[in-house]
Write a protein that binds this ligand. Sequence first.
Ligand SMILES: *Cc1c(COP(=O)(O)O)cnc(C)c1O
Length: 477
Amino acid sequence: MSPDEFRKAAHELIDWIADYRQKIPELSVRAQVEPGAVRRALPASPPTGTDDFGLLLADLDRVIVPGITQVQHPMHFGWFPSNAALASVLGDIASSGMGTLGISWESCPALTELEEVVCDWMRQLTGLGEQWHGTIHDTASTACVTAMILARERASQFSKNGAGLQAAAAPMVVYSTAQAHSSIAKAVQLAGFGNDNLRLVDEDPYTRAMLPGALAAAIERDLAAGNVPAAIVCSVGATATTAMDPVEAIAIIANRYGIWLHVDAAMAGSAMLLPECRHLWQGVEQADSLAWNPHKWMGTILDTALFYVRDVAHLEAVMSTNPSYLRSGADGQVTQYRDWGIPLGRRFRALKLWFHLRLDGVDAIQARLRRDLDNARWFARQVEAAEDWEVLAPVMLQTVCIRHVPGQSSGTPLSGAALDAHTLAWLESINTSGAAFMSPSLLDGRWMVRVSIGVEGTTREHVRRLWEFIQRSAAAA
Ligand SMILES: *Cc1c(COP(=O)(O)O)cnc(C)c1O
């Protein structure tokens, strides 16, 4: 494709994207396809020759769009927000269009230095101190694997340079809670600690926050058994209920025992753009590493996960290999991001944040986050005031965990498996209708519904409509 052919097709594509974004509110929120339907609509063998761009665009409408769960839909309340601000989409297009290669500073100085600058802007915007140095990973999952490797190498005195974990005399242990995101257990497994060495520390039964006393006791038990406490993963905004582990109390313990502290704020990091929310990660300055996803609530399109460390020398000592073919005269004066993570080749992700911050502006992003916090509090008040409805966890951010318990007000509440069936039935009737979407989660072994507010287009009116749907479908279930 020549640049002129590209110009013509790209204009059409941009028009298509703008039209598509405009019509999202009219689409079904949940993809209305059976498993295998998208695959069956596509040819089994690869295309021969070339196709017309118009045919490709038509197939986007015919095959692809029906197979999308519309997470940009204002009635999407599932999982966590996955906003894709159009300003950041422009940055993504610019990144792809320039076709840069980030394998070293030399291969694209602008890629490295813009990343340094926007990571530092984000540090300032979230109120973090100057000792933090950031990079952009694809996801918080990758950031957590990186953090677990950093912890492993610190606790094992750089076992990677010798026989690795195979020479370890005693198992190294990681501490978290049952509320932690599934990517934490995955990172612990993949970094070589093994699932047996992941301790799920007791939580407060209501706030679901890690109990620091229980953490200290678990560490003491491991020390007495001859194990090596290596890392603590602290959740700031855990997945089911946005529970907040007490970072400050945990950091004091981590420092006392010399244990690596990773803060997983994948969801809640966006809230730290608001000064009034920063008490939620009080003590974060004492952590060793920290990750959060602008690609969630803040809305810089995937894949934009910030990863910060305080000890860059340790990070580089663990991640650097310094092969001869990548050495250059600039070494020592510049950042080589390949030594800050696992991949060698990197995309120009910083453009997405740069465009987003400059075109939408911090004020507007903050105003939207405050709107969503307000909508969540309003919604929680409606649920609390309604007969036979419960809000099951503190509303720390924009997620409200709810359950309908028929018969509660008359003293004969539905319970057990019957309650679970009821919860899943009313939820499924809404999700199947396509009018709105929420996702369920287990809490203490019982199903509940998470109402996760925060899509860019979701206003109070959408939340009000959702509450009507919910009451109607629960009454009918
Ligand atoms: C979403 C989320 C993750 C995983 O994020 P990815 O970027 O999708 O890997 C991890 N932890 C928490 C608390 C999350 O909300």
